[in-house]
Ligand binder design. Sequence first.
Ligand code: SF4
Length: 208
Amino acid sequence: MSVYHLRSIFSSLQGEGRNSGRPATFVRFATCNLNCKWCDAHKSERLALTVTEVMKEVEKRNNRSVVITGGEPTIQHGLTDLVRALKGSGYWVALETNGVNRPHHPELFDYISVSPKSEYSARYSDERMLHQANEVRIVAVTDEISAFCRNMRERITATDYYISPLEQDGKIHYRRALNLLVKLNKLTPGITPPWSLSIQMHKVLGIR
Ligand code: SF4
């Protein structure tokens, strides 16, 4: 039986992208296959739970939507077992991933949000990466990553494409995200859909 390594399970509102404001239970996995310098995924309050234990925690929180997030969920052994259990209990299930690895059964998810990381562009190989998602969200680490954004857009088919501000050391870099967004839409005028801005609503509101 798989044991999952988690940071936490908690109830909140989806803070980013098309589903902003949706109440959900977040199943937040520990560790990642990347190591972005602003991220705390490798520092852990770790839990080790089986499918049954995760399901109990999810049920307690009484939301009908579950967001599988991280860290990086696709590196967790036996992720499909958990997703099947959630779907079998009638939950709407979303995946948040950096997209380096395709999950084993992407069709099981109701929604996939992929956030490719520009600092690790060499890790995105056509053989392994996720090529299809509902939304793509790229963090504006600098406003000089337009080539990376355009490359990811060519390689990942999605309904929406977002730029998100970077949060580092307690500061959210909105201007940088805005500069990148304007640059991308100017580079490809008339692109449909245009690149949009995804503000991390939960950070603005000061909720988890
Ligand atoms: S890909 Fe995401 S979870 Fe992984 S280190 Fe980067 S920001 Fe953190």
